[in-house]
Design a protein around this ligand. Structure first.
Ligand SMILES: *Cc1c(COP(=O)(O)O)cnc(C)c1O
Length: 398
């Protein structure tokens, strides 16, 4: 007998759970794409989108996933032969670096390993050693989804300014926009990129590039930008089709409209606070489990952990078995370990990830924790006691 019958819960870091309101908004016939309600809805959505990133700047929307907006953002501010400094805190910083490298950009990587955030002091030191200001763009990932480490965007901006360096700061917030706090304008990010399928609770397929006046000025200096990636018509469309350089992603737009309404009905501050509390709920359980047996946080310091996803080490003899048990017997799928091969020569199978991003509430998080407890008991994986009481206590205190 399996206890997995019932609504399956995909607790992986993207795609995240899609709210019924989002799904229902998408369930309708094709709209008029020439003029009328869809065009008006899209115009009205732009300010709501910018409020999620806390910016008064510009936004371009692409029919693309996160990998697509890595390329879109690079295409607008970098030309072949230009230099870029990629700050890497796990897997995703390297992905963005590789994307730009394939476009002919000269990429230098600063690697902070798999268990630490960006160190602003190292960034400042590197930039002081670039007196000719050859580095045009600095990329960083606010939350690396593989390691679950969170880096301090404002501190990196301060380091760039302290070095007196004019490079643009571009930030990948794909894992964490509308989850972890992000204040694009206040924190001095020139470009922020995200995608629809994580904190924005919408099916995969839309990518977003937010950019400020500095990035816009840089775009004006770039001689050739491919027609599809060019953010100019997308952010200042004269005709509706220019938003998307072709047919609009009609049903994604209905879904996104609903998701944005849900976020702003709750309020961004409350959205961030909910995720902070649910993350602490997960951590309280893990803290107790890890008192005995193999389970351990990848990021030891809670201040450096994302509120979107938590990466845990359990050993490769346990990780795949535990994930399989949860899927087959309890109806929950956890995230696999990703890109962790070089931490003390462990391998990614020894890791798993619990996502707590987007449309999640206390009962979903407590449910995941309860099934992990059951799975460890069923499989004879040693673990400390009191995890579920500790988790419930965090929810009770709010
Ligand atoms: C998910 C993710 C990506 C990649 O997004 P895709 O939609 O899978 O291409 C990039 N960066 C971060 C930080 C992510 O979490």
């Amino acid at each position: 007998m399996s206890l997995a019958h019932g609504r399956h819960y995909l607790a992986i870091p993207g795609p995240s759970v899609m709210p019924d309101r989002v799904l229902q908004a998408m369930h309708r016939p094709a709209p008029n794409i020439y003029y009328g309600a869809l065009a008006d809805m899209t115009d009205a959505m732009i300010p709501d989108l910018k409020r999620v990133a806390c910016t008064d700047g510009h936004v371009a929307i692409y029919i693309a996933n996160g990998h697509g907006v890595w390329e879109a953002s690079a295409a607008n501010v970098l030309s072949p032969g230009d230099r870029m400094l990629a700050l890497c805190t796990g897997r995703f910083g390297f992905g963005w670096a590789e994307t730009a490298g394939r476009m002919g950009v000269e990429v230098e990587r600063l690697d902070f390993g798999l268990q630490a955030p960006v160190d602003p002091a190292r960034v400042e030191e590197r930039l002081r050693n670039d007196p000719g200001h050859g580095i045009k763009v600095i990329t960083m990932v606010q939350v690396d989804t593989a390691t679950s480490v969170k880096s301090d965007v404002a501190a990196v901006r301060a380091a760039i300014d302290a070095a007196g360096h004019p490079a643009l700061l571009m930030v990948d917030c794909i894992a964490c926009l509308a989850v972890d706090e992000m204040r694009m304008d206040d924190w001095g990010a020139d470009v922020v990129i995200t995608a629809s399928q994580k904190g924005l609770m919408t099916p995969p397929g839309l990518g977003f590039v937010f950019f400020n006046a500095r990035a816009k000025a840089r775009r004006a200096e770039v001689e050739t930008v491919s027609m599809y990636w060019d953010w100019v018509p997308r952010s200042e469309p004269e005709m509706f089709y220019q938003y998307f350089n072709g047919t609009a992603p009609t049903h994604h737009l209905y879904g996104l409209r609903e998701a944005l309404s849900m976020l702003h009905e709750e309020g961004m501050e409350n959205v961030w606070a909910r995720h902070a509390t649910l993350a602490r709920t997960v951590w309280a359980a893990v803290e107790a489990w890890s008192q005995d047996g193999p389970l351990a946080f990848n990021i030891a310091d809670p201040a450096l952990r994302s509120h979107a996803v938590t990466t845990l080490h359990i050993g490769k003899e346990h990780g795949p078995r535990l994930r399989q048990w949860l899927t087959d017997e309890a109806g929950v799928t956890l995230g696999i370990g990703l890109g962790m091969e070089t931490v003390e020569k462990r391998d990614s199978d020894g890791y798993f990830r619990i996502a707590h991003m987007g449309h999640v509430n206390a009962h979903m998080v407590l449910g995941v924790l309860g099934t992990i407890e059951a799975g460890m008991a069923a499989l004879g994986i040693p673990h400390g006691k009191g995890a579920l009481e500790a988790a419930a206590a965090v929810c009770a205190r709010t």
